[in-house]
Design a protein around this ligand. Structure first.
Ligand code: FES
Length: 108
């Protein structure tokens, strides 16, 4: 990616590391880089299956938007910046999250 700024997002417990570009969300980055990320809606912000727990670097996450807020509330979790929807989560620096089920897509 010429000159594009990216940020390292580490995913526990799998140990996957994603370089997320400034203008993309974590879910999109994972797909671009060949990883499977739990989803039902395919990244539209409606299924909430993609949610993560932010472990480190919450200060590097952009604020929760209205659709994401709805999703987090529907998960019955506090909107405190630590539960986020990966398909809405954009970052400006290194972040560590916990999300089970993130793994490299099987080559066909
Ligand atoms: S992928 Fe469905 S809400 Fe994020």
């Amino acid at each position: 990616m010429d000159g594009e700024v990216s940020h390292r997002v580490a995913v526990r417990p799998s140990g996957v590391e994603l370089d997320v570009l400034d203008d993309e969300d974590v879910f999109t980055a994972a797909q671009r880089l060949g990883y499977r990320w739990p989803t039902l809606c395919g990244g539209k912000g409606t299924c909430r299956t993609c949610f993560v727990q932010v472990e480190e670097g919450a200060e590097n996450c952009l604020p929760v938007g209205p659709l994401e807020r709805e999703g987090i509330e529907a998960l019955r979790r506090p909107v405190d910046g630590l539960t986020r929807l990966a398909c809405r989560l954009r970052v400006q620096g290194p972040v560590t999250v916990t999300k089970r089920g993130v793994r490299r897509r099987v080559q066909e």
